[in-house]
Design a protein around this ligand. Structure first.
Ligand SMILES: Cc1ncc(COP(=O)(O)O)c(C=O)c1O
Length: 366
């Protein structure tokens, strides 16, 4: 045991945090970073300028606390989402991770539970442990699919306080049918289960993929979370948000820290929303690279999952560790999510994707 761990163990840490590991996707400075599903196209120059201008303006007022209700931002997000949503149905925080944490603070906590369906986003169990909420694992089919009947059965069996459905799912990339969301919501009626649909990657879904936003009307326990980290290329700005019934927003006001969303963050997000045309054009380019990766990996004899996101989950590697290391030697980092025989690759720019595919083909031939 190293010194630091020993010193940690001597602290009066909460018992349920002892032995836990923090979130730790490697942050390695290599030229081609395809491991944490960032937007690889960067912030377009005109959007950068608009953000700098907006932040310059905000800087003059930084002696004051920001608008605690981030009213303008909520209005802009409601307008972006559409579906007849009003600003009173929108909430935002520092990344959708913080949005999810606030939801668990409000609806989870000691004596309560959250159910999700692994393999799924690795932060769910960590958010559960941080908020003292019991984490319950549901099961997927062998191909990682999730049917309405099976998901609903898990909800009836466990009667959790919260269910998190990730659609498109990270790390597998595939979107859920809305029948799953409807069935889970109905199954949670008796237990008054709060149903969160994490749509972090929604903008990358294939045309015709319906969002759970269309189900919000008349479902006060349904919450749809989104983020500006992916489609809006703003992972560094930290802005996540959700849409739900106005009373859910009131619940979050009880747990949020005062002024949690800085004036700089609000100004940045507003500027990006005003310039979303340029950003959405990049989303289309990323989707083309994503589809190219699926086609090429299939040609190479691998088994990529159908992807509605900006990454591809691929199975069929005899030795994924060797491939991961071989790519890293060439300055390309992808993600080993710990599922045997598989890797997850974020869609890069055209040049990055070409470099990845070329190196991969060489490694497979060795
Ligand atoms: C499914 C999913 N949800 C939420 C997040 C959190 O994103 P952020 O906190 O940057 O909004 C991620 C990040 O990768 C994710 O994959």
């Amino acid at each position: 045991m190293d010194d630091q761990l020993e010193r940690l163990n001597r602290l009066p840490l909460r018992d349920d945090l002892r032995g836990q590991h923090p979130y730790g996707a490697p942050q390695i400075d290599v030229p081609i970073q395809l491991n944490v599903n960032e937007n690889t196209y960067g912030v377009p120059a005109d959007v950068q300028e608009a953000i700098v201008e907006a932040v310059r303006e905000a800087a003059g007022g930084l002696n004051r606390y920001p608008d605690r209700e981030f009213t303008q931002l909520r209005e802009a997000l409601a307008e972006y989402l559409g579906h007849g949503l009003g600003a009173d149905q929108i909430w935002a925080a520092n990344g959708s991770n913080e949005v999810l944490q606030q939801l668990l603070q409000a609806f989870g906590g000691p004596g309560r539970s959250v159910l999700s369906f692994p393999p799924t986003y690795s932060m769910y169990p960590l958010l559960a442990s941080g908020t003292g909420t019991a984490y319950v694992k549901g099961e997927r089919e062998a191909d990682f699919g999730l049917s309405a009947a099976s998901a609903a059965r898990h909800v009836r069996e466990h009667a959790p306080s919260i269910v998190i459905l990730c659609s498109p799912n990270n790390p597998t990339g595939t979107a859920l049918g809305l029948d799953v969301v409807e069935a889970v919501y109905a199954a949670g009626e008796q237990s008054q289960t709060v149903v969160i649909v994490d749509e972090a990657y929604a903008e990358f879904a294939h045309a015709g993929t319906a969002s759970a936003l269309t189900l919000l009307q008349g479902r006060p326990r349904l919450i749809v979370t989104r983020t500006m980290s992916k489609a809006f290329a703003l992972a560094g700005a930290r802005l996540g948000y959700l849409a739900a019934a106005p009373e859910v927003i009131d619940a979050l006001r009880l747990v949020r820290l005062p002024y949690h969303l800085s004036a700089v963050t609000q100004a940045t997000a507003l500027a990006a929303l005003r310039h979303r045309g340029a950003l959405m054009a990049e989303v289309e380019a990323i989707k083309r690279q994503r589809d190219r990766i699926v086609t090429e990996l299939t040609r190479l004899g691998l088994r990529p999952a159908a992807s509605d996101s900006n990454f591809v989950f691929v199975a069929g590697f005899a030795d994924p560790r060797r491939i991961w290391e071989g790519l890293l030697e060439a300055g390309i980092i992808v993600r080993d999510v710990g599922i045997p025989g598989s890797l997850r690759i974020t869609a890069g720019t055209e040049a990055e994707t070409s470099a990845f595919l070329t190196r991969l083909e060489e490694l497979l031939a060795e």
